[in-house]
Design a protein around this ligand. Structure first.
Ligand code: PGA
Length: 248
């Protein structure tokens, strides 16, 4: 079973979300795990629609004077189970560092929220051969002191150059990079033989996933699902992605 996450970013209002839910319900025939991350204002409307509820961001502090931010307790109170942490738009536009990502992950752990930790290299980093180095750094800092005994996190590999650009990584690039991430997770958390969770952590791909390419991407052996931005806003396209039958 694959995990499919919709990241609606700063899109949709109540009316367009309701239209989406009605249309999607009439098209969905799959038992994949579907997580919708709507804007905060639509969490209440998305709840109880048959999806798992996700948030797009969360502050690392327990509570307090952080105007415009939202806490783990508040998200839990709204029914949220998953939180995107360290999306590249948060890192690049809002200056989130690997250390902030780590604090947010630890806060998720404390409140038993499942972090979906987003990692990925820029085009410049890929072209200069630094991809593995960048991913190693992002993963090791993100999961510093994170014990995966109570909460098994999810990792989303999203090459920055593939997000919202229509430029998808090649199947070979995805396959190689996912294998690398799997190896790093086993190194960090240990593998099943050692009683660790490195094999169990789902690694999703994100970046210009559409109804057209979802099947081939999800058929890559190391890909446990997809994180979808643009194409998740359209109920028909998103249902096609969710109904995809991977060839493995
Ligand atoms: P995209 O976005 O599917 O529009 O490329 C993916 C994401 O940002 O998670």
């Amino acid at each position: 079973m694959k995990i499919i996450i919709a990241n609606w970013k700063m899109n949709k209002t109540g009316d367009s979300a309701k239209e989406f839910f009605t249309e999607f319900a009439s098209l969905n025939k799959n038992s994949n795990t579907v997580i919708i991350c709507p804007p905060f204002t639509l969490l209440h409307l998305t709840k109880d629609k048959g999806f798992h509820l996700g948030a797009q961001n969360m502050h690392q502090a327990e509570k307090g004077a952080f105007t415009g931010e939202i806490s783990a307790t508040q998200l839990k109170d709204a029914g949220v189970k998953y939180v995107l942490i360290g999306h590249s738009e948060r890192r690049i536009i809002f200056g989130e560092t690997c250390e902030t990502v780590n604090k947010k992950n630890l806060q998720c752990l404390l409140h038993e929220l499942i972090p979906v930790v987003c990692i990925g290299e820029t085009l410049e980093e890929r072209e200069s051969g630094q991809t593995n180095e960048v991913l190693t750094k992002q993963l090791s800092i993100a999961f510093n002191s994170f014990s995966s005994e109570t909460i098994t996190p999810i990792v989303a590999y999203e090459p920055v150059w593939a997000i919202g650009t229509g430029k998808v990584a090649t199947l070979e690039q995805i396959s190689e990079t996912h294998q690398f991430i799997r190896d790093r997770l086993q190194f960090h958390f240990g593998n099943a033989e050692k009683g660790g969770s490195g094999d169990r952590i789902s690694v999703l791909y994100g970046g210009s996933v559409t109804d057209q390419n979802a099947q081939e991407i999800m058929s890559i052996p190391n890909v446990d699902g997809v994180l979808v931005g643009g194409a998740s806003l359209d109920a028909k396209k998103f249902a096609t992605i969710v109904n995809t039958q991977p060839q493995i």
